[in-house]
Design a protein around this ligand. Structure first.
Ligand code: NAP
Length: 321
């Protein structure tokens, strides 16, 4: 397949932000396409239970993903399963979104909702034992560790929440954090401290992951205060130390912070006119599903306004105003 297809807006990534943007684009009667390399749902599919999404005290991640997908589809979302390779803005203000299928999608606006990729520890053994003890997804891999001793690395919401989740399978879960205070929210911390299967190891960083033909066997640690090294026997190591925003698709310079998160204005527009960003890849105080859908709502409505202004400009230019 090859050729070109034209739209009002191209949405890249079908997590909560992308699905919400597609729903709002549908409400605004825009001709929109939502491009996603996998199954719609994004990070929702990597989370067993979602707590306190307004209206849902407790909902399965995959169930919320399906509800959001169905809701977007109800408003005519055109969801294509395809890998985006690049996003490029031409001098006439039209974006070319190249895909692995050979089809190039074109539109005057793009909403980038591609989320992020888990940050790697970058220590020896991490790549070698990936899928053989080392994991970045508790829901995907937790069940492989029934009755075993495992470790979770990190001190944010993801580490603390997923450690609690992993105790349904593992006999013992160590949470290893580089400081002596979690940055995770209080409610998640309280749940973790109340869980008898969890033990926290403070002030330690991973130096190396060691194992054998059967997979991971131990986690080599350094104490961040004393410098003393130690070894922890574990068959699993779940790494939750943050996300790197997926912004590499954009082939032109855009403003970003020192960690690569995209800076937008209050319409969610980036420093590239017509390119909007919503969700986890945007600079912001926190990254929740609620903030992602909030961003996406703003972005989709801002796209409508941008398109109207652009049409007016083009019309005026053509009559020589
Ligand atoms: P995060 O909040 O950035 O936390 C990353 C954690 O990993 C921090 O504790 C950090 O330590 C630690 N860390 C970073 N690099 C490290 C390294 N090289 N070695 C050891 N430790 C390292 O990331 P996150 O937990 O993935 O959460 C990302 C966003 O999603 C957050 O905004 C979070 O609120 C949200 N989220 C929310 C929920 C929920 O509400 N249920 C669940 C998951 C995620 P320091 O603390 O020392 O910096």
């Amino acid at each position: 397949m090859s050729g070109t297809e034209e739209f009002d807006v191209i949405i890249v990534g079908a997590g909560p932000a992308g699905l919400c943007a597609a729903m709002y684009a549908g409400r605004g009667l825009l001709k929109a396409v939502l491009l996603e390399r996998g199954v719609p749902g994004g990070e929702l599919l990597n989370t067993e239970w979602i707590d306190d999404y307004p209206g849902f005290e407790h909902v399965l991640g995959r169930e919320l993903a399906k509800k959001m997908t169905d809701h977007a589809t109800l408003f005519g979302a055109d969801i294509r399963q395809v890998q985006v390779e690049s996003i490029f803005r031409r001098s006439d203000g039209i974006f070319e979104v190249a895909t692995s299928s050979g089809v190039t999608f074109e539109a005057p606006t793009v909403i980038l909702t591609a989320g992020g990729t888990p940050t790697k520890l970058d220590v020896p053994g991490e790549t070698e034992y990936a899928g053989r003890g080392v994991s970045y997804c508790a829901v995907c891999d937790g069940a492989f560790f029934k009755g075993e001793t495992i470790a979770v690395i990190g001190g944010g919401d993801a580490a603390v929440e997923e450690a609690d989740y992993l105790t349904r399978y593992a006999e013992k879960v160590y949470v290893i954090h580089r400081r002596e205070q979690f940055r995770a929210s209080r409610i998640l911390q309280e749940r973790l401290f109340a869980n008898p299967k969890i033990e926290v190891i403070w002030n330690k960083v991973v130096r190396e992951l060691k194992g054998g033909p059967s997979g991971l066997q131990s986690i080599e640690l350094d104490d961040t205060i004393t410098g003393v090294d130690s070894s922890l026997a574990a068959s699993g190591c779940f790494i939750f130390i943050g996300f790197r925003p997926n912004t590499g698709l954009v082939k032109q310079h855009f403003e970003h912070d020192s960690s690569g998160y995209i800076i937008t204005d209050d319409r969610m527009m980036t420093s590239i006119p017509g390119l909007f960003a919503a969700g986890d890849l945007r600079v912001q105080l926190t990254r929740q599903i609620t903030t992602a859908v909030g961003d996406a709502t703003t972005a989709a409505i801002a796209v409508e306004k941008y398109l109207t202004e652009r049409r007016t400009r083009v019309d005026q230019a053509s009559v020589g105003v």
